[in-house]
Design a protein around this ligand. Structure first.
Ligand code: FEO
Ligand code: CA
Ligand code: CA
Length: 750
């Protein structure tokens, strides 16, 4: 280990941190004492998860009262290009919840030939959406309230980020003379959103969806939502849907997610801007134009999926023109010019109250929200969330609530959300070359500050455009990216999922890749070529920049989640097989058992402390499908300082890399999928994993799809292809949630 700075020494010798470690070593029965008096996150933070909790399970080697996790206990799964889910020896999986599965009584099984709900698109309110992504398992007690200890019955809340359009309609997507089919558009608008489904575990350890549960619910692009927090009633929130600027309709492109210590779910709106059409900027103020550009909306933009083009004749409530933000009316209450400003938030959903109205929490900022990860929770201290904006050169943020945590709010639902998520401080992260960092408060950017020119989304180069003048205290919530530019945050290589180590409170965040990076800095130190030579057009896309991504981590000063300073290093640099001998790429010393590319999903088991990393990759895909790896996390500062030399003018930078513990591949997915959406049963015996968009590159229904996973098996269940089976014309793959368990019923990852 290289020498530590004074600031780092102070952090490592912090009495608070040491007391916590000592407590977790001394008192493994504290879990039950704490239950009810502190938030569930604190249970994990104190390292008590993994100690016997009275459910009869024998503690596994590696946990069992020990605070330190030493290894993951399975052999690495080989890389795979098969159209199947590969799991490590000793593990099994089941397919739990697939696109189109019915979640209300009387709804038929999904035909999966494009005819489902073709003439009654609303039927998709009672079926699973597509592109399963972020999710969370809420244990459901006998009293039908949240029980963080319950594993046999739960509410699984799942984001449906997007769609693979070709598989949703009988003949693929229909567009005639530039006009999208109306029923197809409506169906797709119901397919996006969020599922709440009750699941139960049988005596065989397998889970099933309770089709007629009263908790089952779909939230979609038509669901009424409250605008909550500082932008409620703001002029920018006024639309034809809500002239008071207090409501909006629906949520979209919900990527990763978060949960709260009061038993609610945060669905985070990521790439929402593309669903809106904009014909011109006529009538817009300079600030509005600057905002549109900074959020990636051009002055001549068509809508993703083309919903804004569909014929609205005979429709109620402007289902299609609501996606067109061009100014057409006399005032903002006469059109949807401001609809774009009602998206880009964290949406709080109470899964235990099926009739509740979700709330957009504007105090947590507006950007390409990947997810929201709660920091360690302690009575009398603020609630803290870590958040990333997933776009090239965007930022990492932190939200610190004004209110201090009161355990009496633990079942408070959306009212508790009002208390903790509507009023707080927003910070952007700045990573310094001495491996410390600062949380820069956005409120410190003064009104009257002029930002010119506005940096365009996705590139470091300044784009021509109007200037933005900071007008007041709400700018940080509405135009968070712009205020973060002025504050001086560090532009990162696409912040994806985060996670908080339950053993020590350190925060990890994936930086999945950045194919636009040409210069390097200590926190984003690599820019190089994907030099695959087989030219198969898949993995060797000629990518340059941070091709394979990395995972950064930080430790807050004094182990205080609300601190304004931190120490950081890079936990892991991803790399492909053909770069293992390149010291400027394979900085972490990966081997054949753990090569991976484009880390995206990230999850700490609260039960075992194992760190899971999932991939969503387009660079290594000539060699392997996407995967889930399991790792033993170390701690900030456990590694060494290294010098990275980048080719072609990328520069030489000094950075600090962690010492990699055991890191092994647990799952590899089917063709053309992303592995995402991790959550676990509280007893640590089941991992819920999402297989998103298998076969997404399929371009025609007249040829065999590139994936047909999951396959129908002889007994009517779904799984890997039976021997000798391969995709045939007419087969359609489906995004799905799978459940990973050990064949001996033990703890996952041990
Ligand atoms: Fe939806 Fe950033 O992945
Ligand atoms: Ca993602
Ligand atoms: Ca490659």
């Amino acid at each position: 280990m290289s020498s530590l700075s004074k600031k780092e020494m102070e952090i490592l010798s912090s009495p608070t941190f040491q007391q916590i470690i000592n407590r977790q070593l001394e008192n493994p029965s504290r879990r039950n004492v704490l239950k009810g008096s502190m938030g569930v996150a604190a249970l994990g933070f104190l390292g008590l998860a993994g100690c016997g909790d009275g459910d009869g399970a024998a503690a596994s080697p590696g946990t069992g009262g020990s605070a330190q996790l030493s290894a993951v206990g399975f052999s690495s799964t080989p890389l795979s290009l098969a159209d199947s889910v590969q799991v490590a020896d000793g593990y099994r999986f089941q397919v739990l919840y697939k696109l189109g599965d019915p979640i209300a009584s009387g709804v038929s099984a999904y035909a999966n030939d494009g005819t489902d709900a073709a003439n009654n698109p609303e039927e998709f309110q009672f079926r699973s959406g597509d592109h399963h992504d972020g999710m969370y398992f809420f244990g459901l007690g006998a009293d039908n309230a949240w029980n963080p200890e319950e594993s046999t019955r739960g509410l699984l809340v799942i984001n449906h980020e997007a769609i693979t359009e070709i598989f949703l309609h009988e003949n693929g997507a229909t567009t005639v003379a530039g006009v999208r089919d109306a029923n197809e558009s409506l169906k797709e608008m119901y397919i996006h959103g969020v599922s709440v489904v009750e699941v139960r575990r049988g005596s065989d350890g397998q889970y099933s969806v309770v089709q007629n549960s009263v908790f089952n619910r779909r939230i979609h692009t038509f669901t009424d939502m409250e605008i909550s927090g500082p932008l409620r009633g703001d002029a920018a929130m006024i639309t034809k849907y809500s002239s008071a600027g207090t409501r909006t309709r629906g949520t979209i492109n919900n990527c990763a997610s978060g949960y709260t210590p009061w038993g609610t779910y945060l669905a985070c709106e990521e790439n929402w801007e593309g669903y809106f059409a904009n014909a011109n900027d006529t009538g817009r103020s300079d600030n509005e134009i600057a905002s549109l550009r900074r959020y990636g909306i051009s002055s001549s933009q068509t809508s993703r999926e083309g919903w804004a083009t569909a014929d609205e004749t005979g429709q109620v409530g402007e289902p299609f023109s609501r996606w067109n933000i061009t100014i057409t009316g006399a005032t903002a209450a006469d059109d949807y010019r401001n609809a774009i400003f009602t998206y880009g938030y964290n949406v709080e959903i109470d899964p235990f109250r099926p009739n509740s109205t979700p709330k957009k929490r504007t105090a947590m900022g507006r950007f390409a929200h990947e997810g929201a990860w709660v920091g360690p929770v302690e009575a009398g201290k603020p609630i803290v969330y870590y958040m990333g904006c997933d776009s090239r050169f965007e930022y990492i943020y932190k939200y610190v609530s004004t209110a201090n945590w009161d355990a009496a709010d633990a079942t408070g639902g959306l009212q508790a959300g009002d208390k903790y998520l509507d009023n707080g401080k927003l910070y952007v992260a700045k990573f310094d070359a001495d491996f410390t960092g600062d949380w820069l408060e956005l409120a410190a950017v003064a009104a009257g500050t002029v930002q010119a020119p506005v940096r365009g989304s996705g590139t470091l180069s300044a784009s021509a455009g109007t200037t933005y003048t900071v007008s007041g205290s709400t700018d940080q919530y509405l135009n968070t990216r712009i205020i973060a530019d002025i504050a001086g945050g560090t532009p990162m290589d696409r912040p994806e999922w985060g996670g908080v180590n339950p053993r020590n409170g350190e925060v990890y965040m994936t930086l999945t890749n950045n194919t636009s990076r040409t210069t390097a800095d200590p926190a984003n130190p690599r820019t190089y070529f994907d030099d695959d030579t087989n030219n198969d057009g898949i993995g060797d896309s000629g990518r340059f920049g941070n091709v394979n991504g990395h995972v950064i981590r930080w430790k807050e000063d004094g182990s205080n989640p609300a601190a304004i300073g931190f120490a950081w290093d890079i936990y892991l640099f991803a790399a492909e097989s053909d770069d293992l001998t390149n010291p400027n790429v394979n900085i972490s010393g990966l081997t054949a058992e753990n090569v991976l590319s484009s880390p995206d999903g990230l999850w700490f088991s609260e039960k075992t402390g194992v760190l899971y990393i999932q991939t969503d990759d387009g660079a290594f895909t000539d060699t392997t499908n996407c995967m889930l790896v399991a790792a033993v996390p170390g701690e900030v500062g456990d590694g060494s300082t290294v010098t990275v030399t980048n080719p072609n003018g990328g520069g030489t930078v000094s950075t600090r890399v962690g010492t990699l513990g055991t890191l092994r591949r647990l799952v590899v997915g089917p063709k053309e999928c992303e592995i995402t959406g991790l959550t676990e049963s509280p007893d640590g015996k089941a991992l819920f994993i999402n297989i998103q968009h298998p076969g997404e590159r399929t371009s025609s229904l007249t040829v065999a799809p590139s994936s047909a996973w999951p396959y129908t098996l002889a007994d009517g269940s779904f799984g890997n292809p039976p021997a000798g089976t391969s995709p045939a014309v007419g087969n359609r793959p489906r995004s799905a949630t799978i459940v990973l368990t050990r064949t001996d019923g033990g703890l996952i990852g041990q």
